[in-house]
Write a protein that binds this ligand. Structure first.
Ligand SMILES: [Ca+2]
Ligand SMILES: [Ca+2]
Ligand SMILES: [Ca+2]
Length: 200
């Protein structure tokens, strides 16, 4: 249920920004023809163009900090996987190769790694992978669902959501998975942690 909510809310509404050359651009998802594709436009709405052209869901764009690449989620190979492409849509490349759901990529502030979550080990966990597809690492080997990674502006910590204590709570951990700390203690669902963007 959480994943479905993320796909709809984040994939549908949030426009990610990045710097590429002079003008900041906005990536977004358009359901022009089902299934949806990732598009790009200038910040004034001009120059709208389609970046993905596969007959499968392409959603959840997330900019690399240098504005040169975009991570996203696609079902083009049969199930949800994390991909990266250049900001002009060229060089589309699959990073995760697993029949489970791999979702919600979040680029690290130093541009080297991408956090995402996946249920490849039976339950949802937060994973890290290098931007070149190497070095996969499970940061939350816990039988409960762990999801929605969000980098701190300095890249040293990752906030995430976990159900390990019975219902959705927001946690924070170091980027190596250590020093996990629970931040919310409420019987309601606590989700979608977000830090301020890094300022240069
Ligand atoms: Ca997958
Ligand atoms: Ca888990
Ligand atoms: Ca809660």
């Amino acid at each position: 249920m959480l994943w479905a909510a993320v796909a709809v809310v984040v994939g549908g509404l949030v426009a990610a920004c990045g710097e590429n050359g002079d003008e900041p651009k906005i990536a977004f998802v358009r359901w022009a023809t089902a299934p949806p594709d990732i598009y790009l436009m200038s910040a004034d709405g001009s120059g709208q163009r389609r970046l993905t052209r596969e007959p499968a869901n392409d959603v959840l764009p997330d900019w690399s900090p240098d504005g040169r690449r975009i991570a996203f989620v696609s079902k083009r190979d049969g199930n949800s996987d994390v991909y990266v492409m250049n900001a002009d849509g060229s060089g589309q490349r699959r990073l995760t190769r697993n029949s489970a759901d791999d979702a919600d990529p979040a680029w690290s502030p130093d541009g080297r790694r991408i956090a995402f979550y996946s249920n490849r080990d039976g339950d949802f966990d937060v994973y890290l992978i290098n931007a070149d597809g190497s070095g996969l690492q499970n940061l939350t080997p816990n039988p409960a669902d762990d999801s929605e990674p969000a980098w701190s502006p300095d890249g040293r910590r990752i906030a995430f959501v976990s159900k390990r204590d019975g219902n959705s709570e927001v946690y924070v951990m170091k980027a190596d998975g250590s020093e996990r700390q629970r931040l919310t203690r409420d019987p309601a669902e606590d989700a979608f942690p977000a830090w301020p963007s890094r300022r240069e």
